[in-house]
Design a protein around this ligand. Sequence first.
Ligand code: FAS
Ligand code: PHB
Length: 404
Amino acid sequence: MSNTKTMKTRKTQVVIIGAGPSGLLLGQLLAKQGIENIILERVSGEYVLGRIRAGVLEQGFANLVREAGVAHNMDTKGEVHEGVEIAFNDERIKVNLKELTGGDTVVIYGQVDITRDLMEARSAAGLESVYEVSNTQPHDVTGEHPYVTYEKDGKTFKIECDYIAGCDGFHGVSRQTIPKEKRVEYEKVYPFGWLGLLSETPPVNDELIYCKSDRGFALASLRSQVLSRYYLQVPLSDTVEDWSDEAFWEELKKRLPKSAAEKLITGPSIEKSIVPLRSFICEPLQYGKLFLVGDAGHIVPPTGAKGLNLAASDVAALYEILTKVYKENNTECIAQYSEICLRRIWNGVRFSWWMTNMLHDFQTTKSAFDTRIATSEARYYLSSEAGKKVIAEQYAGLPYEKVK
Ligand code: FAS
Ligand code: PHB
């Protein structure tokens, strides 16, 4: 690597690696506190916006977006949902989030939309993001003078900084920067994937329906009243090419409760993709001046709609800590980051595992006994107010822990 002494060197307070929702939201919040930051992103902005992902925002996430001053579109185009449905074949059970939690609701607004809003706000504020960089590498993260190098247009650059926020997702460089012997990784890979389809059709139902059918799991979701998002549990051996739109709609109709299937309006897919499901957590989430945020530190199966929302609570904790560092000269609080995030992450990981375990068909990978236990567990929780409250408070989002 070229000699860092001859590199074009700049300085900032916080380097953020990754311009997904974690990086962009953190950058916007830090800038609000006058904390200088530069975002480095491996791909183009268009490519980031081409990834169709989450759709359900917890109240905590929505409030953070409001605090960042980027909530106009979310609050005017997003939908507030007071409940969600879980169906056992044709039987539909409503979980009234608002009633069961004493007022909590969720906002339906796509990750793509929130990411676009954050990108536009960052650009309007004249904040620096460098896209299509390569070989991003944190250095001296346990020393006094951390810095990040990266390449762009054949040149190598160096940014000296105080802290590095690794918002670079599961396949990023940040987690790998923590020496293997200094980190513990927990992982569970599920024996199936989710085939997702986006269509410009009216949603089949006003609220989401998680379907536990004898043919396998399905989810009816939406982005707006004219944009629907559906998922089918599929074997890991399936590819998108195995699924024509017609085949997708036919299977979805068989997995939706009849009263919903009758209302299904189908149309051409504008996006279709398969995601594998895994639970993954890295401990710790901090190493010297490097912080892992969002998917860089943890991954959940999307069954509990927690992925993006756990990224938001990491952002909230790091934002609070860095504000104390720069505004109150309080560096003691840095040591709290990992523990605060991990307590909420493990709750989210457990809920996502539990919902996945209860609602999917594990076929031969689970004994007949365990399969029946999962069905009995789902029926119990959904037949009791106490059980539904357990689901509601986790789905709507557990509270964020404050930094001491
Ligand atoms: P992201 O992965 O979104 O962003 C990381 C960014 O870092 C990317 O833009 C990447 O290009 C960049 N990057 C990586 N390495 C880099 C490097 N070396 N240098 C510079 N930049 C680098 N969650 C839900 O709640 N519901 C869902 O339905 C759902 N569906 C999903 C489908 C898929 C295919 C995936 C992968 C995830 C899904 N998730 C879902 C979870 C998802 O929403 C994540 O939680 C969310 O994207 C987390 O945001 P970030 O932490 O910003 O990570
Ligand atoms: C989505 O709309 O993409 C979505 C909603 C809820 C989930 C997962 C995905 O649990």
